[in-house]
Design a binder for this molecule. Structure first.
Ligand code: GSH
Length: 215
């Protein structure tokens, strides 16, 4: 393929899963940072993605709006890499499960917490937001048990499943959802954040945000 995929995102949003996967896989992406939330601060973006959400990956005629799907796509776009797990390989099923689990089950309650307990406090639903924080903590049980005796979620190696789940743990720390994160998951998170590709992805996104001159 000759085109360069274009990734639209906001710094340190779920799009970090995509930027991180691109860095891990060595895929060249055209990173376009937007102010958050784009639906208000970059209204032209709605023409590209009527959902108004980030990330959005545009690759020739393909448009992807799910961060975990984009991470998997980038890990396999230029040829299969060990960042993904192939059908027939051990832990293929677990790889699919944890990659989907990350946003649908783990980040979902985080988002509701952030909305009602942080961004829209004035709506009077802070208590509901806090209830979702508890729900988030309870839902960590599956990855906590999975990582007993393992460094990574699948196949004894770092994969996109770790990027997708790891981002939820990284987000937890930055939005005040760390108290109920078990120590074992904090250790796992630190292992992921020490990866050079993760650090390059963060630097790229933060540099992009600074260039926007909108915080
Ligand atoms: N399931 C989607 C969710 C995308 C999403 O909701 N992104 C948030 C940022 S992390 C967003 O764009 N919120 C702004 C809005 O909805 O206006 C994914 O994993 O990419």
């Amino acid at each position: 393929m000759v085109t360069t995929p274009v990734l639209y995102t906001c710094a340190l949003s779920r799009g970090l899963r995509a930027t991180w996967a691109a860095e891990e896989a060595g895929v060249d992406i055209d990173l376009r940072m937007l102010p958050f939330p784009p639906r208000y601060l970059a209204p032209d973006y709605m023409a590209l993605n009527p959902l108004g959400t980030v990330p959005l990956l545009v690759d020739a005629d393909a448009q992807l709006t799910e961060s975990c799907a984009i991470a998997h796509y980038l890990a396999t776009r230029n040829g299969f890499t060990p960042l993904a797990i192939a059908p027939g390989e051990p832990d293929y099923a677990a790889y699919c499960d944890y990659t989907y689990h990350a946003d649908a089950t783990i980040t979902f309650p985080q988002t509701v917490y952030m909305r009602f307990a942080i961004f829209e406090k004035d709506k009077g639903l802070v208590e509901a937001g806090q209830a979702y924080a508890k729900w988030f903590y309870k839902r960590l049980i599956k990855i906590e048990q999975r990582l007993e005796g393992r460094e990574y979620l699948c196949a004894d190696r770092f994969t996109v499943a770790d990027i997708c789940v790891g981002y939820a743990l990284i987000l937890a720390e930055s939005v005040g959802l760390n108290d109920g994160v078990p120590e074992s998951l904090k250790t796992y998170r630190a292992r992921l954040m020490a990866r050079p590709a993760y650090q390059r992805a963060v630097t790229r996104e933060e540099d992009g945000r600074k260039a926007l001159k909108v915080v």
